[in-house]
Design a protein around this ligand. Structure first.
Ligand code: GTP
Ligand code: MG
Length: 149
């Protein structure tokens, strides 16, 4: 079963969207595996977005991500990487469909309120970067039989 790394970015925390974003993943039926509020610092954020380091917007992206606390989460479930991305919407919020997180709560690409891993490989890399193994919690989701056939 698959896991993904989802984060509420500093603007999402400041705008009081943490509960709403968690609620969407919970209500969908995904299992919460890890959760913390963190300010990890620039070096960690540069590692997180290492693939983008040559982009012109990279310094601004790191400054934005370093501007306040982030809610870091791991969610688990069937096809959760791709489905998590669909729930977030497009990178540019103006291209995100209403009903998605970015499509409901954001306007600017540089203030798009939440992050989601874009592949299973990146999810594994990001989970290992943001969480220690002992921070990943194993628990029985009692609703499981009502969520999966
Ligand atoms: P994440 O879930 O945050 O990784 O976003 P993404 O996968 O939809 O997009 P990508 O990984 O390509 O870019 C990471 C983040 O950089 C985006 O979420 C934006 O906040 C920011 N970003 C991407 N493209 C641009 C851009 O053209 N301009 C600006 N200002 N920011 C950008
Ligand atoms: Mg990305």
């Amino acid at each position: 079963i698959e896991r993904t790394f989802i984060a509420v970015k500093p603007d999402g925390v400041q705008r009081g969207l943490v509960g709403n974003i968690i609620a969407r993943f919970e209500a969908r039926g995904f299992r919460l595996v890890a959760l913390k509020l963190v300010r990890p610092g620039k070096e960690h954020l540069e590692q997180h977005y290492a693939e983008l380091k040559d982009k012109p917007f990279f310094p601004g992206l790191i400054e934005y991500m370093n501007s306040g606390p982030i809610v870091a989460m791991v969610w688990e479930g069937l096809d959760v990487v791709k489905t998590g991305r669909a729930m977030l919407g497009a990178t540019n919020p103006l291209a995100s469909a209403p009903g998605t997180i970015r499509g409901d709560y954001a306007i600017a690409v540089g203030r798009n309120v939440a992050h989601g891993s874009d592949s299973v490989e990146n999810a594994e890399r990001e989970i290992a970067l943001w969480f220690k193994p002992e921070e990943l919690v194993d628990w029985e989701q009692s609703q499981k039989a009502w969520i999966y056939e």
